[in-house]
Design a protein around this ligand. Structure first.
Ligand code: TXA
Ligand code: MG
Length: 332
């Protein structure tokens, strides 16, 4: 069921947030807007409620979830230690699209953490998410575990309607409008001494390193299994291929006469006009490309194309998050 909270000043939105907070407190699942993507939320301190997330997503129970909190103080409820680098990053980027991994407080949110001795924490900036987390906190909910509200391995949702597509109408979904950022949060692991960038997002490595006051290490083989870091992820049904612009044009020439239904998602218009080709322009600004990436892939998929050929984003670090998601979609 969709609850309209798009206009935070409207009485209906207040009522919607109230109903959703109540449902969370009662151990139910809620589709929740954030500035990055929609989350499938349950109270983080209730293992039975969290188990419903894993069941609904079809996600292995050892994949840790991110716990969403209204403020830094609430984050510390879940942390055994709050390293200086976590504090610096939180002070600069919270509320916002950044998840921090810190050592987990013993006996707290074990199911949410997928059994890890660390925990992922994020304070989202979306006003509806903030209102929901604050109201849930007032009802005794210390934090809300929420992975992206898609079935395991599928494209993350950036609109309330996408969440309904994934889980049907029985789920209570708070509609907070289109997600502004459009790709999932950057993740920095602060639990292992030297901070590690586990997942790129829209915050650039340079911004993160400036706030951390030190370089970030790259994800390595020692990182725990994490679904967002599996090779194949964010997959549309169509086969997605990532190609440099000139390569894409050459490949199009070779497709002449084929009956395959093809979509091209590129910053430049393909030089070769192929009959029936569906072309969609990728924005030339990284933030705009991130904003529409997942809904663009969903729309092309819904048109029933067999292939989606995507032009490689520029090498610029601003594009790291978008490039990462496209590479994973192509690996599926
Ligand atoms: O933007 C986001 O982060 C969205 C919204 C809903 O907040 N959430 C999201 O959750 O993307 P999910 O479950 O799709 O991705 C969570 C990522 C996974 O890659 C997971 O492995 C990692 O966070 N993660 C969570 N806790 C972790 C931990 N203790 N250690 C290492 N990685 C962790
Ligand atoms: Mg996800």
């Amino acid at each position: 069921m969709l609850l309209d909270a798009r206009d935070p000043a409207a009485a209906a939105a207040t009522q919607a947030v109230h109903q959703a907070a109540r449902a969370l407190a009662d151990g139910e699942l809620v589709g929740m807007p954030t500035e990055t993507v929609y989350g499938l939320a349950a109270r983080a301190d209730d293992d039975a409620a969290v188990a419903k997330i894993f069941a609904a997503k079809g996600r292995p129970a050892d994949h840790p979830l991110i716990v969403h909190v209204p403020d830094v103080g609430s984050a510390q409820v879940f942390a055994a230690d709050w390293p200086a680098v976590a504090q610096q990053l939180a002070a600069r980027f919270w509320p916002g699209p950044l998840t921090l991994i810190v050592p987990r407080a013993p006996g707290v949110a074990g199911a949410s953490a997928g059994g890890q001795d660390s925990i992922g924490l994020r304070c989202p900036s979306h006003p509806v998410a903030q209102a929901l987390l604050r109201e849930a906190k007032a009802l005794g909910v210390p934090g809300v575990a929420a992975p992206s509200a898609n079935r395991f391995g599928r494209i993350s949702p950036t609109r309330a309607a996408h969440v309904v597509e994934e889980f049907g109408d029985a789920l209570l979904v708070l509609d907070g409008g289109d997600c502004e950022v459009g790709i999932e949060s950057s993740i920095v692991d602060c639990s292992r001494g030297r901070p590690v960038l586990l997942r790129p997002g829209v915050l650039t490595r340079r911004q993160l390193e400036a706030a951390a006051g030190q370089p970030l290490a790259d994800r390595d083989e020692a990182a725990p299994r994490a679904s967002g870091t599996l090779e194949a992820h964010y997959a549309p049904r169509a086969k997605l291929r990532l190609m440099a612009g000139p390569m894409l044009n050459t490949a199009l020439q070779m497709l002449e006469g084929s009956t395959l239904k093809l979509a091209v998602y590129s910053r430049t218009v393909p030089a070769k006009a192929v009959r029936g080709l569906r072309h969609r322009v990728m924005p030339s600004q990284a933030s705009q490309a991130a904003h529409e990436l997942f809904s663009a892939l969903r729309e092309l998929d819904a048109e029933g194309v067999h292939l989606i050929w995507v032009e490689e984003p520029p090498a610029d670090p601003e594009w790291d998050g978008v490039r990462d998601r496209l590479q994973r979609a192509a690996a599926a």
